[in-house]
Ligand binder design. Structure first.
Ligand SMILES: Nc1ncnc2c1ncn2[C@@H]1O[C@H](COP(=O)(O)OP(=O)(O)O[C@H]2O[C@H](CO)[C@@H](O)[C@H](O)[C@H]2O)[C@@H](O)[C@H]1O
Length: 653
């Protein structure tokens, strides 16, 4: 069996079955042998360099069993193996397995795989079972060429969680052996911020992008860091003050142009940039993040594949926030550098009630919709959110399209960068601490109180909020609740920027409650670390939250999250139950629902009471949160699975 490198065991792999038949917990696999092929077969497939042709092509869900039988008859050897059909409880064919004759009896019944907490945070079917066979002979070592396309990636640019994910997931995937490129704009502001790009060198490779009525000349900068090729798209439209999307005057008017450039550039980069001496080539897996990168799947289908380019590439749309879709007037379609006949992919018609005047036909182009209907697969950043976006309440108008693609829609809960967010060595906080010695956390609290100008009171519950000041984050509910909350013996600090109305409210509230409330208007990463470490409670009353990262950071820092039960918050925070024995408890915070003042106040009161009166329960909550596995490893392996499925299937269009 030594020469057996890859067993193509899933022909109709679970991703192509109806959802109810392929979840980990419900699928009981059985082996049947009525059409058993008794054969002496050995496969020798080079899976490493040629994932698509090896793992992908051999295990394509579009191949029928006969294609497979044809294939095996070409390779024979003298080792005894049998081929068994694998079916589920409903008799569906879910694959084939090669089994050594000696192991037949043991393999007749296979127990359902154990589900871990992490597994349950995703609806992705478990890793291929090839390595589970009794002999340790099958070691799949497939590496993919992965291209992230994103509007922001930490530490180079950041306005929120998208940057965190695109700054750390690529590193996690690269550390697992994949070749990973991140394509993102080179934002130049003319400030010291620009030093973040100091390590990137000009590749001196001008490329012309045909869009918006002209040949747009773009350049590429490159930095190889932590195993990842960071590729920065350079164009004058990325050189201005403000954040990636706007400045103090509001959202930039040319964002459609800027992110159209990004998507075109990202499609060119693997073909033309010899990074480390070699281009990535056509066999890539594009991870297009949010609407800014949503033209990538459309371009693959409309611009490249008709000319025989990128036939083996696949794309995955990653939805971090469906509320932003990149919608612009229909007349802008002709600017995008797409063939006229592909208009339907981006076509979007607003319902009558959403139109602004009698002559408004509601016709628009919608970038995210374009990716929903052309990407090979779709991933969202938690399992809960992957369901929510298929409902009319959570889908922001895309729910029907997403429901129609439910069989290729997966939720993978984000991990976090545990080196940046580590209380035992965080350079931003006043004193480091860990599960073994929590004393540093008390010091962080005092330092924070001092910095904020609060009375220094170690026993007064300190509540924090960090986030964009946006409807999504539940600021309206905080505003509504503040007068009552300020009657309690608490201190409250908010860090955020965004909607000027909310910013003004924070300033006004600070002057009304000088000893109890601080509103820090701005975007400040060191302060966000100090608040995460120094507070006792982190409040996240988000109206919706695809995943949420601050609650994960909070738990890692022994700060107890109080969250609205939605999306990724529901998936990651376990509600406190005072009646469960401490040794059996799993709770890491408080969750509340519905999203009302009463239920939020009730959850906060429970938390404050527990903090004040039940110190051992509080410590239990802290320790469970701090020891929870929130690394990228688990999420990265789930991304690998989805990538394998994407590359294994023919292009969606
Ligand atoms: N004023 C400020 N100063 C300093 N740092 C600040 C800050 N405001 C926010 N941040 C930081 O920005 C990040 C915000 O991440 P979130 O996941 O909470 O939200 P966001 O809505 O941006 O992301 C979207 O994408 C992410 C990633 O998938 C999903 O988790 C999320 O649910 C979805 O809405 C955190 O690192 C936070 O500390």
């Amino acid at each position: 069996m030594d020469s057996l490198q890859l067993v193509p065991f899933l022909l109709l792999h679970p991703s192509s079955l109806p959802p109810q038949t392929y979840t980990n917990s419900s699928l009981t696999r059985k082996f049947r042998f009525p059409t058993l092929l008794k054969t002496k077969t050995i496969f020798s497939v080079n899976a490493h360099a040629d994932a698509g042709a090896g793992a992908g092509a051999a295990a394509s869900s579009q191949d029928g069993p006969f294609a497979f039988e044809d294939q095996i008859s070409h390779h024979k050897d003298d080792k005894a193996l049998v081929l068994a059909r694998e079916t589920d409880d409903f008799g569906y064919l879910v694959g084939f397995r090669l089994i050594p004759e000696s192991g037949l009896e043991e393999l007749m019944t296979v127990p359902p795989p154990a589900t871990t907490e992490e597994d349950s945070s995703s609806d992705v079917v478990g890793k291929p079972e090839v390595a589970d066979t009794e002999e340790e002979v099958v070691k799949i070592n497939v590496s993919y060429n992965i291209v992230f396309v994103t509007a922001e990636a930490a530490p180079y640019s950041k306005t929120g969680g998208l940057a965190d994910v695109c700054g750390s997931l690529p590193i996690a995937l690269a550390s697992r052996g994949h070749r990973v490129m991140v394509v993102t704009p080179r934002y130049i502001h003319g400030t010291s911020e620009d030093l973040k790009f100091a390590g990137a060198v000009d590749l001196d490779h001008c490329t012309k992008i045909f869009c918006f009525g002209a040949a747009q000349e773009i350049g590429f900068y490159h930095e190889y860091r932590e195993g990842v090729d960071w590729v920065f798209v350079d164009h004058p439209s990325f050189h201005r003050s403000g954040n990636p999307y706007g400045d103090k005057y509001g959202t930039f008017g040319d964002n459609q142009f800027r992110f159209t450039l990004l998507s075109h550039a990202a499609c060119e980069a693997p073909l033309v940039l010899p990074l480390g001496g070699f281009t990535y080539g056509e066999k890539c897996l594009f991870l297009a993040n949010d609407w800014h990168a949503s033209l990538v799947p459309v371009l693959l289908a409309a611009k490249y594949r008709p000319h025989g380019v990128y036939k083996d590439a696949r794309s995955i749309l990653v939805i971090h926030n469906i509320a932003h879709q990149g919608v612009e007037p229909a007349s802008t379609y002709s600017n995008l550098g797409l063939p006229t006949e592909w208009y339907g992919a981006l076509e979007w018609v607003f319902p009558t009630w959403a139109r602004t005047h009698a002559l408004d036909t509601g016709e628009a182009v919608n970038f995210l919709k374009g990716a929903v209907v052309t990407a090979d697969r779709i991933v969202t950043v938690s399992k809960g959110y992957s369901w929510e976006i298929t409902t009319s309440e959570g889908g922001c108008g895309l729910h029907e399209l997403l429901s129609s693609r439910r069989s290729i829609l997966n939720g993978i809960t984000n991990g976090i960068d545990v080196t940046e967010w580590d209380p035992s060595c965080d350079k931003h906080i006043a004193c480091n601490y860990s599960v073994d010695d929590l004393s540093g956390k008390a010091k962080c609290k005092i330092f924070l109180q001092e910095e904020l100008g609060f009375p220094l009171r170690p026993d007064c519950p300190l509540i924090g909020f960090i986030g964009r000041l946006d409807y999504q984050k539940g600021i309206d509910l905080i505003r509504l609740t503040m007068p009552e909350l300020m009657e309690a013996d608490v201190q409250f600090v908010m860090l955020g920027s965004g909607n000027p109305v909310y910013e003004d409210w924070m300033r006004a509230t600070e002057s009304a409650y000088k000893d109890k409330f601080r509103g820090w208007v701005g975007f400040n990463v060191p302060i966000s670390h100090k608040i995460t470490a120094g507070c006792d409670i982190l409040l996240m009353p988000s109206a919706f939250e695809p995943c949420g990262l601050n609650q994960l950071y909070a738990m890692r820092y022994g700060t107890i999250p109080v969250v609205h039960e939605t999306g990724g918050l529901r998936d990651t925070v376990h509600n406190f139950n005072p009646y469960i024995e401490e040794s059996k408890a799993e709770s890491t915070g408080w969750t509340f629902s519905p999203l009302t003042k009463e239920s939020m106040l009730a959850a906060l009161r429970y938390a404050i009471q527990t903090y004040n009166e039940h110190k051992s329960s509080w410590k239990g909550l802290m320790l469970r949160g701090m020891t929870r596995d929130c690394t990228w490893g688990n999420a990265a392996s789930q991304y690998e699975q989805v990538i394998e499925w994407a590359l294994g299937d023919p292009p969606y269009c």
